[in-house]
Design a protein around this ligand. Structure first.
Ligand SMILES: [Zn+2]
Ligand SMILES: [Zn+2]
Length: 298
């Protein structure tokens, strides 16, 4: 199985890739936002302020908050041009240089995202449901690493937190995109600590985390843990924290599930997923979910 984190060396680090502070439209200073994530047990954070002229094109410098037990990734949220829906584009770039230049004359979202990617950034298509992003929009960014499949701020503020709709469409078309959950917190209240990723890496430093992100060595969660996903004979075996439902889903409508009380292992038939991809969802008794990245068997 490609790109699954579970049997790789290292350990899981918990982090949030999409957050705002008072460098753009967040309520709190960078220092305060970092402090609160640390207090909640996060291992890393990316502050991704809005890269807009009205905020002075901020790239928030979070290097002072790094330590042996916590790290940060330099990030931004790019906004250039309009989507087909006539909305300003939102694209997450994690792992960019602090001196990333403002949009150049004539640069559209493809060009600026390409510039960020060429400088080493992990590119994420954020909160697609929140602003009605269409597959036709997403297809112009085939180099994007991942789709934001859960945005906690959008979920609690306007019931548009889910991004799997777009992600599944792209997966069905054969795009190999990863899937990540975030907070997109601005207020550090209802919109914080609701969606995150667990990244497998050997070291807690920005380079190791960024490499793991671009390799898909992570899974997303609102609470439950996925301990392992493996192929055993003709089954996919999932080990997880106590769950009510463990779901395998794949191309089109293909899916199957195992239900129970406090399930910590599920055995799901692989047969219908062999020729394309599958992904795993773990749901606990409070309806909190964990999501694997897509798995391609070839
Ligand atoms: Zn946004
Ligand atoms: Zn945002």
């Amino acid at each position: 199985m490609n790109s699954q984190p579970f049997n790789l060396p290292g350990q899981f680090f918990k982090g949030n890739l999409h957050t705002h502070c008072s460098e753009s439209d967040g309520d709190y200073s960078a220092e305060e936002v970092v402090k609160r994530y640390r207090q909640q047990g996060y291992d890393f954070l990316a502050l991704s302020d809005h890269f807009l002229e009205r905020y002075g094109y901020p790239i928030t410098d979070t290097r002072p908050y790094r330590s042996n037990s916590f790290t940060t990734l330099i990030a931004t949220e790019l906004h250039v041009g309009k989507t087909l829906n006539d909305e300003i584009w939102h694209i997450l770039a994690v792992g960019i240089p602090l001196d990333f230049d403002p949009p150049q004359e004539g640069e559209d979202i493809v060009a600026i995202s390409t510039r960020a990617a060429n400088l080493g950034a992990f590119i994420g298509i954020v909160h697609p449901t929140w602003y009605g992003l269409q597959p036709e929009d997403a297809r112009i960014l085939p180099f994007a690493h991942a789709i934001e499949i859960y945005n906690h701020g959008s979920e609690v503020e306007n019931d548009r937190g889910d991004g799997w709709g777009l992600c599944d469409v792209l997966l069905n078309e054969g795009h190999r995109v990863f899937a990540y959950a975030t907070d997109d917190a601005h207020h550090m209240a209802h919109d914080a600590f609701g969606g995150w990723i667990h990244v497998k890496a050997e070291n807690l430093d920005p380079e190791s985390i960024l490499h793991a992100l671009k390799s898909g060595h992570f899974y997303s969660s609102q609470g439950p843990h996925i301990h392992n996903i493996r192929i055993e004979d003709n089954d996919v075996v999932v080990d997880c924290s106590p769950a009510s439902v463990v779901i395998i889903s794949g191309r089109g409508s293909r899916s199957t599930k195992e239900m129970g009380n406090g399930l910590t292992r599920a055995r799901l038939p692989l047969e219908r997923f062999r020729d394309a991809h599958f992904r795993i969802t773990v749901v606990d008794d409070r309806n909190k979910k964990a999501w694997s990245n897509p798995v391609w068997l070839d």
